[in-house]
Design a protein around this ligand. Structure first.
Ligand SMILES: *Cc1c(COP(=O)(O)O)cnc(C)c1O
Ligand SMILES: [Zn+2]
Length: 397
């Protein structure tokens, strides 16, 4: 199907203590310090062997980057057509905002309707390669739907733990794929606690956000794609609706890898992390100068994917935002709904509330003078509005 080269994956490295771990056995968190592991590649060898133009001639999609993804044998790739999403120039929004160059990365077109498909495709492929037969995850809905689909395609059992108020479309989708579903009174971190309790003594592999190293690898392909779609020029800012922060961690890694490969230079897009006013632990930590975030109490927002009160990779997200001279901003549910309406009416994009939050955050920072309208911006719409279509009834022109 792909017939491209081998993976340059070399080992896993702890993002906190630097310990190295073998990549060809199952790993979750660092066994020395309990922090997040990142996949490392032999980029020096890859630099001599891979030229960026050759990738443009390959089949569209995430797996065109196979040498820079963790799967050794392409027979283990579990794919449903993830990645290769359009980067849409938003000329009507530019006009409205007085901004020079605004792009929407339209991740709603992924299988299962969100960009979770990228990370889950990578994680399930690698788990299958390493002999896993059952996978489990706590999720606000989209990761569960993606895991249910990719597990079905790989012939794995999926155990999903979700808040009871997860949108119906996501729950129905999970049911259709035949996954085992547990609804939890509480939020995604409560669901995670219950999952880890019930997992004890069973052979489930935990694919929670950034507790296993390969979901971030799938999501990093968004960084490769954006660079390629802009002709290997990186945007001024990347605006990202932040829950667990996998996309920021992954894209920061992609920009570093591309520089090491000689594909791009030392420039970096400034990361803008957008959260909801009702759940903004990263924004609060950013503003207070802290390197880690406190758990957010009574988290509430209409955007389930960013209703994440505590993120294990908080330090990586905050480091990436600060290292790039970026910023963090919170938006209200009313601003999210207004942004959904604007994206739909002006650009024909029925965005997920999380993607609308990103656009609302971008707009807010422009209005405050905290972002320069002359700077090119890529705003991530991370999912399809169809998964929370009931919100459409609340939109007003
Ligand atoms: C999960 C999710 C997010 C947050 O993604 P992270 O990379 O975990 O921060 C944003 N939008 C949607 C639609 C999601 O499902
Ligand atoms: Zn460690």
């Amino acid at each position: 199907m792909l017939s491209v080269g081998r993976s340059y994956l070399s080992h896993l490295e702890c993002s906190a203590c630097g310990a190295a771990w073998p990549a060809d056995e199952l790993q979750t968190l660092c066994r020395r310090c309990g922090k997040v592991l990142l996949a490392r590649y032999d980029l020096e060898a890859a630099r001599g062997a891979l030229d960026r133009e050759s990738f443009e001639r390959r089949q569209q999609g995430m797996w065109r980057w196979q040498e820079l993804l963790p799967v050794r044998d392409e027979a283990n790739v579990v794919a449903l057509g993830e990645g290769g999403t359009p980067l849409l120039r938003a000329r009507r929004l530019e006009e409205r905002l007085g901004a020079r160059e605004v792009w929407i990365k339209e991740e709603g077109l992924n299988p299962t309707g969100s960009f979770k498909a990228r990370g889950i495709s990578a994680a399930v492929s690698r788990a299958k390669e390493l002999g896993v037969t059952s996978v489990a995850v706590p999720s606000a809905g989209n990761a569960a739907a993606a895991l249910a689909a990719y597990a079905a395609r790989a012939g794995l059992q999926a155990w999903l733990y979700m808040p009871r108020d997860t949108p119906e479309a996501m729950l129905n989708e999970c049911r259709a794929y035949g996954a085992h579903i547990r609804l939890v009174d509480g939020l995604i971190d409560d669901a995670g606690r219950l999952m880890r309790e019930e997992k004890a003594g069973r052979d489930w592999f935990d694919v929670s956000t950034l507790r296993e190293p390969y979901r971030a690898e799938g999501k990093k392909t968004m960084g490769y794609e954006v660079a390629q779609q802009l002709g290997w020029r990186l945007p001024g800012v990347v605006v990202y609706p932040t829950g667990g922060g996998t996309g920021i961690v992954g894209m920061a890694k992609a920009f570093d890898e591309m520089e090491a490969l000689g594909w791009t230079g030392p420039e970096r897009p400034r990361f803008v992390s957008v959260q909801a006013e009702g759940c903004a632990p990263i924004v609060k930590a950013f503003e207070s100068g802290s390197r880690t975030a406190e758990r957010w109490q009574n988290a509430a927002t209409i955007a389930p994917g960013i209703r994440v009160p505590a993120a294990i990779a908080d330090y990586l997200v905050l480091d990436a935002v600060r290292a790039t001279g970026g910023t963090a901003v919170a938006v209200s549910d009313a601003e999210i709904l207004a942004a959904m309406s604007e994206l739909a009416r002006l650009e024909g994009i029925f965005a997920a509330p999380e993607g609308a939050a990103a656009y609302a955050g971008y707009k807010k920072l422009l209005a405050k003078g905290a972002l320069d309208p002359a700077e090119s911006a890529v705003v991530f719409n991370t999912g399809s509005g169809l998964k929370t279509h009931e919100l459409a009834a609340r939109l007003t022109p």
